[in-house]
Design a protein around this ligand. Structure first.
Ligand SMILES: CC(C)(COP(=O)(O)OP(=O)(O)OC[C@H]1O[C@@H](n2cnc3c(N)ncnc32)[C@H](O)[C@@H]1OP(=O)(O)O)[C@@H](O)C(=O)NCCC(=O)NCCS
Length: 230
């Protein structure tokens, strides 16, 4: 019952804006006037987010474009996913073959509105990935990303994360966005800092990476603080 009340409040509380998510919620408001508990359950927030994200298949920054993955990216993905330096701090093992990459892409990357390929506008090369992980109940999201080594240090991930924060706050009405990094991988913390996120603390052994529990440093930003930067 409590969850249903939270959902009703949220559905009615976000029908003022002009994003696809707002429009869908406004349609629901107009249709029912008042939602019953069962109707509220139907308006799954997960479906709302999926619906909204499908409206944004392409996000353009100055030097990077975020777009949906296609199977044509498999060669580029294998290049970075097979590099142990790229996967060192990630939960997954380096890919051993292009077949493995294709299989992972089919299962996880393709037709996934929560995931974007990071590409170069000049040649459409896929140089990495970034995905948004929404915790519907609390209206926040975290994210994960990786980038091919030849492209490190050029500001690309900072731009990709800026695009994700803009998506999360402006289009999805999220309240908070957060990210974690390993203390031995400080570049990720710097990327988050450059995007206006603040260090909130260290979570002990909160990540299982390559069979080993590791500490993580948590960064976060609230919508109201992020909006002040604009
Ligand atoms: C970490 C990673 C995402 C950074 O992407 P990127 O495009 O190189 O990042 P940017 O160029 O936008 O910014 C990197 C910043 O980190 C800084 N940096 C790099 N190495 C650093 C280090 N060892 N310590 C502190 N800061 C460092 C850079 O100087 C830069 O900051 P600046 O602009 O103030 O100089 C990328 O290197 C990567 O994909 N690594 C492997 C996978 C990975 O670690 N993924 C994240 C797991 S949580």
């Amino acid at each position: 019952m409590a969850a249903a009340q939270i959902s009703i409040k949220r559905v009615f509380g976000h029908s003022q804006g002009s994003s696809p998510l707002d429009k869908k919620r406004a349609e629901e408001d107009n249709r029912t006037g008042e939602l019953t508990e069962n109707e509220t359950k139907e308006v799954s927030r997960s479906m709302d987010y999926e619906f909204a994200l499908r409206e944004y298949p392409r996000l353009e920054g100055k030097d990077v474009v975020l777009r949906r993955f296609t199977l044509g990216d498999a060669g580029d993905v294998f290049e970075y996913a097979s590099d142990p330096e790229v996967t060192e701090h990630l939960t997954w093992e380096s890919h051993g073959s292009i077949e493995e990459t294709i299989s992972v892409m089919k299962k996880i990357f393709l037709n996934n509105p929560f995931m974007y390929a990071i590409t170069l506008p000049e040649n459409d090369k896929c140089i990495g990935s970034i995905d948004i992980r929404i915790v519907e109940k609390h209206n926040y999201a975290s994210f994960g990303f990786c980038l091919a080594k030849p492209y490190w240090g050029r500001g690309y991930m900072t731009q990709a994360l800026e695009l994700m924060l803009e998506l999360g706050f402006k289009k999805l009405d999220l309240h908070r966005m957060e990210g974690y990094h390993s203390p031995v991988n400080p570049a990720v913390g710097r990327v988050m800092e450059k995007c206006g996120m603040v260090r909130e603390g260290l979570t002990r052994e909160s990540s299982l990476v390559k069979g080993e529990y590791r500490d993580e440093i948590l960064y976060g930003v609230l919508a109201k603080d992020w909006q002040k930067r604009e």
